[in-house]
Write a protein that binds this ligand. Structure first.
Ligand SMILES: Nc1ncnc2c1ncn2[C@@H]1O[C@H](COP(=O)(O)OP(=O)(O)O)[C@@H](O)[C@H]1O
Ligand SMILES: [Mg+2]
Length: 317
């Protein structure tokens, strides 16, 4: 599926006024925009799929106008090239900014800032100070407690909340009407229940269900079952529960039948570890990292991933 045929992209708001559910945040941002040149750096936190990146992009449009794209640098902080890449890209981007007087400043959107090590965050603090004259940062983090205090204190912090059932369902209903998709209320309710206020996830599931047929409870459940992350979640739970051979069968099904690549499997598994409540998070991440490395250097995937599941199975013992 191309990006433009994905409903999450097609229906991504382009104006602050179309952002759903984050009324207080949008209100505060509007008051900051009254005096744009005084706008502080911003830090957006909150769980996945609730509008953090979208809001940052809407702000870029409102502040920088039509040429926003030229004056906005989007970076993914968890990129494996790390802080040196961030420094180089920011430097290069900031260099010519004094020349353009039609915009108040350039914007740097730093997604997944909480994936940076605290050393990298300390380095980032310097970068922010060095470019403060011409650039404003919008940092985005799922988990604000992983952002070091000196960075937090330099930003206005906005905490995004999960989207309410009513708002998710209304939005899905609107999309159904625009796409001329048949639906019923049970179907939409089931979508909400499977997504827990994550709008991205609920729209993706809606599109998957609609590709089967009417958006009703059965089709939603079928599509939720097919959706990759929820299947990886099942594998993870089976493994953690010590049911290694069941976990392994399900994992092989995902890879062989649904065509999920081994590295994607690890990526989704890594994401699921954050999603479930566990006191063993760091051990689990260490284990995944170890097998990720083994796969990269070319070990047999099926053997390695089976060993990975076995190792996860030992954690809670
Ligand atoms: N508050 C919202 N209002 C409208 N659509 C939203 C909202 N939050 C998420 N979405 C939908 O989900 C997609 C992903 O949102 P995004 O802003 O990237 O989430 P994140 O909080 O993970 O950065 C968007 O393209 C949009 O379709
Ligand atoms: Mg995002």
């Amino acid at each position: 599926m191309t990006e433009s045929s994905m409903w999450v992209e097609k229906y991504r708001p382009t104006k602050l006024s179309s952002i759903i559910n984050q009324k207080e945040i949008v209100g505060s941002l509007r008051s900051l925009l009254k005096n744009t040149s005084e706008m502080p750096h911003l830090l957006f936190s909150g769980s996945a799929g609730v509008g953090k990146t979208t809001t940052a992009l809407c702000l870029a449009r409102e502040i920088l106008g039509e040429s926003w794209h030229e004056h906005t640098l989007e970076l993914n902080a968890s990129d494996e090239r790390g802080i040196n890449m961030v420094r180089e890209r920011v430097k290069k981007f900031a260099r010519f900014s004094g020349l353009d007087t039609s915009i108040p400043f350039k914007l740097i959107i730093l997604d997944e800032a909480d994936e940076m090590t605290s050393d990298a965050q300390t380095a980032l603090r310097r970068i922010i100070e060095d470019t403060a004259k011409h650039c404003r940062f919008i940092m985005i983090a799922n988990n604000i407690s992983k952002i070091i205090d000196p960075l937090q204190s330099r930003c206005a912090v906005f905490k995004f909340t999960r989207i309410s059932e009513e708002d998710v369902i209304n939005h899905l209903e609107e999309i159904c009407k625009k796409e001329k998709v048949k639906y019923n209320q049970e179907g939409l309710k089931t979508l909400y229940q499977n997504s827990e206020g994550d709008m991205r996830h609920s729209i993706n599931m809606l599109q998957a269900a609609a590709s089967i047929g009417m958006v009703n409870e059965d089709n939603v459940k079928a599509s939720a079952g097919l959706s990759k992350t929820s299947d990886v979640n099942i594998v993870l739970k089976l493994a953690l529960g010590g049911k290694i051979s069941e976990a392994r069968n399900k994992m092989i099904e995902l890879i062989k039948v649904y065509g999920m690549s081994e590295s994607d499997f690890l990526k989704y598994l890594n994401e699921e570890c954050y999603r479930i409540k566990t006191t063993h998070l760091s051990e689990m991440l260490e284990i995944i990292a170890k097998y990720d490395y083994r796969l990269i250097i070319g070990a047999n995937p099926e053997i390695q991933l089976s060993a990975l599941l076995a190792e996860l199975g030992n954690i809670e013992k």
